[in-house]
Design a protein around this ligand. Sequence first.
Ligand code: 13P
Length: 378
Amino acid sequence: MSEMALLPHSKVCVQRRPDMISHELICTARALFADDKGLLAMDESNPTCNKRFAALGIPQTVEARRAYRELIVTTPSLGDCISGVILYDETIHQLKDDGTPFVKVITDAGIIPGIKVDTGAMNMAGYPGEKITEGLDGLRDRLKEYFEMGARFAKWRAVIAIGDGIPSQGCIEANAQALARYAALCQEAGLVPVVEPEVLMEGEHTLGRCCEVTEKVLRTVFDRLYKQRVMLEGMILKPNMVLPGLACPKQETVDEVADATVQCLLRAVPAAVPAIAFLSGGQSGELASARLNAMNARFKLRLPWALAFSFARAIQQPALEIWRGEKANLLPAQRALYHRARCNRAARRGAYDAAMETNGSECNSSGGLPAKSCVSTV
Ligand code: 13P
């Protein structure tokens, strides 16, 4: 936790926006990373969710998406490990089978609802092979509406690809500018912005190249956040881990990834930011937990910010593969979801061990919902 974040609220410089809003933003940001919990991203757009369903033979319908999201938000004890969930526009409007709004189910579980507010990454005109994230038009009104529905934080994802001659300066700057405009609008509306500049894993690039690009992107993003007067104490950074490309012949060890990621972040992320919550980006659940764990085990006491998680696939994928659209698979799927959330909470403490995967599946196959013994050992 940064020293700044530990100052009483009244001592944080808040002259640029009303004290009440600044206070609420700081409280929400702190609550999202209290007790070693983290975020669960369940904000896949309909096309992305449908693609994941199609791969498993699940019908790509509104009802299947609703049933799957109900499975997630009704997972017993989820709030032990998850402080906030990121929803998609369709999901935030949906209800449980019994008519209870998802937002109520989530808040009753002690979890803070969040919302993805970008409208997706599109081809960037004049920049072949690169993307620009859209969604600023009408954003102020949408944020107001989401706040009234109960959301207290938001997310915007920018996508940066590494390849021959890319990323370009133009693409990095355009995405950083959009992230900063989004973040400023969120804070005006009382929503904590989760700022997500994702450097993609796809490609043959080395870990060194990913480190260089990630540092450049983060420096540009923080420059734009500063220019747009975003209060750093009231935001969360959601970056990629520093990783070799998926097709790179050299794949560094867990500890080497942890070292490179922390070094890169220390160079580029101001200490006033309260928390950094990684995306998983297509890593397996086990690897994402192991890498986050190594960062906390090796560096936690020396870092100015909390290192946490905001995973989608690395928490959800095993549960989705078990569920496959079948009601009969609901409980085992929920246990698998809870297990990954629990492993990641342990990783925040530097207390994750690969043995948890077998222990976890033992207690997860007990037939009941998260066994008491699993809950209490986290
Ligand atoms: P993954 O953890 O699957 O990368 O998703 C995180 C996310 O929110 C993507 O925007």
